[in-house]
Design a protein around this ligand. Structure first.
Ligand code: NAP
Length: 466
């Protein structure tokens, strides 16, 4: 690799780092995205020019097919399906790492000058890296597919548990490591690599099925991290510095995101991965007993809102489903014009990915200074006239504070029940992602308005304009 290529790789790596920094705020995220894409383009062009490409035909075909599928998905995929999309992309990253690791083994074994079998220039480090690349890449590929299927509802989302699950997973991991050691001792035993891939694929399934659908975004983020690690390993195998740096960046940012989600749910990663949360949850009698709620109309809540001095809006996943962000912004604008203080309270795991609500509201041009994080705004609910909950459920469920057997127990929530009046706009009394009944709906000061969030907000806008 010549100095020009190395310099270009360094520039691409700096662009990736700047991009990640800028993606941290909605203000700069678009620019960050462009910088990241520019870095990737630079890395691809330099790699194509620098390496000894055997045939550009396959590359061009892959570029056209992959580009077309990517464009189609980017345009078509719904915002609410984004976690599955990220899962699929991680899976492809893992699958690519497996293919590159195996291809590198084939290249080495097919080139007598490398004398791989007699411990020539190919060192133990490369062989170990190939084994780890196959293990991480395959677990990521299969695990991401299962996580995506659970999130998309193609597979049962409840945890699937069976006896000796953890022990059998540990045994599989041990078997992979033993096969890896025997392979490194004698790299002509190619069949051991096939064994590593096969057992890793089974491990990808068995390590993800015990995790409930509600925890899948955490798994997707963890798999994102694995795909980065697999990419970095691939970079080590083929001695490509930009792949090592980019893979490490993805690996570390994925683990940071995983940590953010676990903290926001007040759970450890071990609890998310191994506790099978949600499998044995049986709603309490209190939850199943027939309780009634009073049904209010848009007219009722419009009247209350007209007189409110302070309003905190709590957006949730239902806002994204209804695509009601623009009309919500319009309604907030009308309230502000009437002299009310209006702010938005964003829970770190509202929606299906961290930042989901921020992106949604930014799309509707809601000013950033009106968006407040849970810790910034939670103490203000008690001095607020109206907490207006739009399509949120789990993140405002007071049961998270005291129901010990609930899947939500321990998750910090937005204290909407401390506001003077609570208004909840959703279509039914159905539970949220965690499948847990919400006692907020039965609170005397809660006004339930049933219906699609967009339709309700549209009526509110018309009423407030009168
Ligand atoms: P949620 O608990 O999933 O509830 C969303 C609510 O939106 C549903 O109860 C649904 O009720 C309502 N809804 C759906 N479509 C609607 C429509 N068209 N109009 C009005 N309402 C509609 O959402 P959340 O409060 O945002 O909580 C997020 C959940 O995801 C939490 O359990 C969290 O732990 C989990 N999670 C999130 C992340 C993350 O990073 N964001 C990560 C891990 C886990 P109806 O069907 O009655 O309308």
């Amino acid at each position: 690799m010549n100095d020009y290529a190395l310099t270009a790789y360094l520039v691409a790596s700096v662009l990736f780092i700047l991009s990640l920094k800028m993606l941290g705020s909605p203000r700069t995220a678009r620019k960050g995205n462009v910088l990241g894409a520019a870095g990737m383009l630079l890395a691809i062009v330099v790699t194509l020019l620098d390496q000894r490409i055997v045939s550009f035909g396959y590359i061009l075909a892959g570029l056209l097919a992959g580009g077309a599928i990517g464009l189609f998905l980017a345009v078509k995929v719904k915002m609410t399906d984004m976690p599955q999309m990220v899962g699929v992309l991680n899976g492809f990253g893992g699958g690519a790492s497996t293919l590159v690791a195996f291809a590198e083994y084939l290249r080495l074994s097919g080139d007598p000058s490398l004398t791989v079998w007699s411990g020539g220039p190919v060192g133990t480090d490369v062989l170990v890296t190939i084994v780890l690349g196959l293990l991480i890449g395959t677990v990521t590929f299969v695990g991401s597919a299962i996580a995506g299927a659970k999130l998309h509802g193609v597979m049962k989302s409840a945890p699937i548990l069976y006896p000796m699950q953890k022990q059998s997973n540990a045994a599989m991991l041990a078997a992979i490591l033993i096969m890896g050691v025997f392979f490194v001792l004698d790299p002509s035993r190619w069949y051991l690599l096939i064994g590593v891939i096969a057992v890793s694929a089974v491990l990808g399934v068995t390590s993800v099925i015990p995790i409930g659908g509600a925890d899948m975004p955490v798994v997707i983020s963890l798999m994102n991290s694995y795909s980065g690690l697999a990419g970095a390993r691939t970079g080590l195998i083929i001695s490509n510095p930009v792949l090592i740096i980019a893979g490490t960046l993805v690996g570390t940012s994925g683990i940071i995101l995983t940590d953010i989600m676990c903290k926001a749910m007040n759970r450890s990663l071990g609890n998310v991965l191994f506790a099978g949360v949600g499998a044995d949850y049986v709603p309490t009698e209190e939850a199943t007993e027939q309780r009634t709620v009073i049904r209010y109309t848009a007219d009722d809540i419009a009247m209350m809102l007209e007189n409110a001095q302070s309003v905190i809006i709590v957006p949730g996943y239902g806002l994204a489903v209804a695509q009601a962000q623009h009309v919500l912004h319009e309604m907030a604008r009308l309230l502000i014009e009437r002299g009310a203080t209006v702010r938005y309270a964003v829970h770190p795991v509202a929606g299906r990915m961290p930042g989901h609500m921020n992106v949604l509201l930014a799309e509707a041009n809601v000013p950033y200074e009106l968006l407040l994080e849970m810790d910034q705004i939670n103490d203000d609910f008690q001095s607020t006239d109206v907490a207006l909950v739009i399509g949120a459920n789990d993140v405002v469920n007071p049961g998270a504070r005291h129901k010990k057997n609930s899947p939500l127990y321990g998750m910090p929530i937005l204290n909407v029940d401390y506001a003077r009046t609570v208004m909840v706009c959703k279509r039914s009394l159905n539970p949220g992602f965690a499948g847990e009944d919400n006692e907020l709906f039965y609170d005397k000061k809660t006004m339930m308005v049933f219906g699609d969030a967009k339709a309700t907000l549209t009526s509110l806008v018309q009423l407030l304009k009168k």
